[in-house]
Design a binder for this molecule. Structure first.
Ligand code: S3P
Length: 184
């Protein structure tokens, strides 16, 4: 592992419906870390839902909010960060997360993702007559970014609790590999 990196935090990236928030909460509980969801922070600051931000201001404004939060995250310690699905699809965001966090990508197939997000109308990126095709298209665009995560965890056949165990295992390995900057 690069000596310049300080693994003080844990960042969960990955597509919508891969369980970043539920897994993140479980992991934060075990580690006694603070849990932070970038979507929640944006909604709290904007005073409206993500769907409303997309409808009223457009995706570019939402991505700018994300970019600003990523910069602020560099000051955090002992935090589990669940990111919006599109946040790491930006080199600068990903590089910034990697400077202070172990970045773990949660993965699932397009079919599984559809099964998990079906009926949830609050995700503007999937507002499409053919959501499966849209998921495939977005996944293909984002895969090169997701693959740059430190660790890829397949969530396909696993419960959030099982995924959380995998994530914790990887985090402990990463911490052990950098004895000069322990996160706890
Ligand atoms: C988005 C994913 C959402 C949210 C926004 C855009 C995306 O977060 O940030 O709707 O572009 O994939 P989740 O991945 O937490 O659903």
């Amino acid at each position: 592992m690069n000596d310049e990196r300080q693994i003080r935090n844990l960042a969960l990236v990955g597509f919508m419906g891969t369980g970043k928030s539920s897994v993140g909460r479980l992991v934060a509980d075990v580690l006694h870390f603070t849990f932070l969801d970038t979507d929640d922070v944006i909604e709290a600051r904007a005073g409206c839902s993500i769907r409303e931000i997309f409808d009223q201001h457009g995706e570019a404004t939402f991505r700018e909010w994300e970019r600003r939060i990523v910069q602020e995250l560099t000051r955090r310690n002992r935090t589990v960060i669940a990111t919006g699905g599109g946040l790491p699809a930006n080199e600068a965001n990903l590089a910034s997360l990697k400077s202070h966090a172990l970045v773990i990508c949660l993965w699932a197939s397009p079919e599984k993702i559809l099964e998990r997000v079906r009926g949830l109308s609050h995700r503007p990126m999937l507002n499409d007559p053919d959501p499966l095709a849209r998921i495939r298209e977005l996944l293909a665009q984002r895969e090169p970014f997701y693959r740059q995560a430190d660790v890829l965890v397949n969530t396909e056949m696993r419960s959030p609790r099982e995924v959380a165990q995998q994530v914790l295992h990887q985090f402990h390995i990463a911490q052990a590999a950098q004895p000069r900057h322990p996160a706890s």
